[in-house]
Design a protein around this ligand. Structure first.
Ligand code: BT5
Length: 239
């Protein structure tokens, strides 16, 4: 069973989760109404005003070898919960975004916390009731409210996502049934089969996304049929 800790405002739920890990806590969920220093991958800024669901799930898995799968579990849980609660069909963009009509509804950040014991904090940011965004993301971000023209219960979404997450974590991740997770993820993914541009830290790579390997890496077929394994990066689908 998990326990939920709620806060009105935090710098980042990831920071608080790390703090809790120092006390040895795990299987907990940290939620904040507002984050003053929300973070994305590669230390990017995550806009976290009022109206969104900002949460981190703190885990202490026996092995952290497959922690990329926790990002996938989070994305599946978000996509399924949104479908249940709002009837909206969303897509997962490799590796960590949940999108609706090419706009970002949710981002996921999975951090390892290493020490005597190892922990993982899975941060989930879902835009729920915001009706506008800062200029820099106003063309790329969306919220459930902007799509459906009504407010949603953040608490309901939190409960649904958390229940689904722990169900998949306990029944598949811990039991090493990773194939099931990969297959569920693929049902929601709209990356595979598309021509994409991958921006890595150092370069841009063009190719066709042809699959995902056992470590959740994206497989890209480039010219001359060369297959490149993408471990991290940002994808743009070419339409
Ligand atoms: C992510 O990074 O998408 C991971 C976001 C994780 C946020 C959660 S909230 C709870 C927990 N606590 C935290 O502090 N973080 C986690 P990335 O793929 O790097 O995308 C970041 C980019 O998304 C930014 O550079 C912006 O372009 C865009 N962005 C920022 N805020 C956004 C928002 N609220 N909605 C949509 N896009 C946003």
């Amino acid at each position: 069973m998990y326990k939920i800790f709620r806060f009105k405002s935090l710098t980042s739920t990831q920071d608080k989760a790390k703090e809790f890990s120092k006390k040895g806590l795990s299987d907990i969920v940290v939620v904040a109404g507002v984050q003053t220093k929300g973070i994305g991958r590669f230390k990017r800024k995550w806009h976290s005003g009022k109206g969104g669901l900002w949460m981190s799930i703190l885990l202490k898995p026996k092995s952290i070898k497959n922690s990329q799968y926790l990002t996938f579990i989070a994305a599946i849980s978000v996509a399924e919960s949104i479908q249940k609660i709002s009837k909206l069909k969303t897509n997962i963009k490799w590796p960590n975004d949940v999108h609706y009509k090419r706009k970002k509804l949710c981002g996921i950040l999975t951090d390892g916390i290493f020490g005597k014991d190892n922990f993982i904090a899975v941060g989930i940011g879902l835009n729920v009731n915001q009706n506008k965004f800062p200029r820099e993301i106003s063309n790329t971000a969306t919220s459930l409210n902007l799509i459906k023209h009504r407010a949603f219960s953040i608490k309901k979404l939190l409960d649904e996502i958390t229940n689904k997450f722990f169900y998949l974590y306990e029944n598949y991740y811990i039991k090493n049934k990773l194939e099931y997770i990969l297959n569920s993820w693929k049902k929601y993914s709209d990356t595979i089969g598309k021509n994409v541009i991958v921006a890595t830290r150092t370069k841009k790579i063009y190719g066709k996304a042809i699959g995902i390997d056992k470590n959740c890496n994206l497989l890209l077929r480039q010219k001359k049929r060369r297959i490149t394994k993408i471990i991290e990066g940002d994808i743009t689908v070419r339409h």
